[in-house]
Design a protein around this ligand. Sequence first.
Ligand code: MN9
Ligand code: PYR
Length: 330
Amino acid sequence: MASPKKQLQGLVAATITPMTEHGEINFSVIGQYVDYLVEEQGVKNIFVNGTTGEGLSLSVSERRQVAEEWVTRGRNKLDQVVIHVGALSLKESQELARHAAEIGADGIAVIAPFFLKPWNKDVLINFLKEVAAAAPALPFYYYHIPALTGVKIRAEELLDGIQDKIPTFQGLKFSDTDLLDFGQCVDQNRQRQFAFLFGVDEQLLSALVMGATGAVGSTYNYLGKETNQMLEAFERKDFSSALNHQFCIQRFINFVLKLGFGVSQTKAIMTLVSGIPMGPPRPPLQKASREFIDDAKAKLKSLGFLSSTDLKDGNLESYIASASLSNQSV
Ligand SMILES: CC(=O)N[C@H](C=O)[C@@H](O)[C@H](O)[C@H](O)CO
Ligand SMILES: CC(=O)C(=O)O
């Protein structure tokens, strides 16, 4: 059985894949991005090529290069780098899994194939097992995100006996709001030391109560510091302070959800807060609108997530200039 250096815990940022205005991957800012996460947000784990990273919109060759760049830049700075290697083609997924092992990643994660779908738990486990076997020394995480994959097999059922089938199984990234399912995953597997990573950032506090051991999310790129304060308050059993932090985070997420929030908007917000240009998303996604950016900026400021000295207007202006060409939000 694979044993990670230590259990993956705490916050894991789902990394954005930075792109140039021409839609190519902008590898040149990844080093800066690592430093920003560690130094400014206190986030030392990353989840690469997932939903936020537009992993399924990249070519296999691009996914390999992105994974490699994060592992290289993160060396001696990050605790763990997990690579999402899910794909519709088992062959591609296995290639990416082998590659993740070769470059020294700390784990791999896989979503359910979402076009020709597995129709029951055994069929899904069989697919996951074939991918996991391509990287037999790497911890394996199942990435449960039913709203996007359309595969609604409950995680609690999937976990039942999973280690007999997938010896490297190490945990779950649970991106769903069904806390009954999540709670039962934890309850039924307490002695196994799996990582239970929650993926709905606006509800993390509830998941902590249910036994989440960590969290993977897009907002930890820019609200990592605030969320870490919530985790610390929870640890010291100061629940009213933890709740205040969660509510503050919710106010922001609720605000942007109402405007229309997804990967494109995450790229714009991260550009605003970090000053590192994340560039446009890849089609079919479209850039966030200028109106979204203005509204999000005002909200970030009013909640204290963005001080005026944080604003790197050069980057922002170039973002906005091209955003106004495609005034849509996705
Ligand atoms: C669907 C999606 O991208 N979910 C992300 C991770 O799983 C979350 O981090 C959300 O972006 C976040 O919870 C805001 O809804
Ligand atoms: C949010 C998340 O975990 C992902 O982008 O895959």
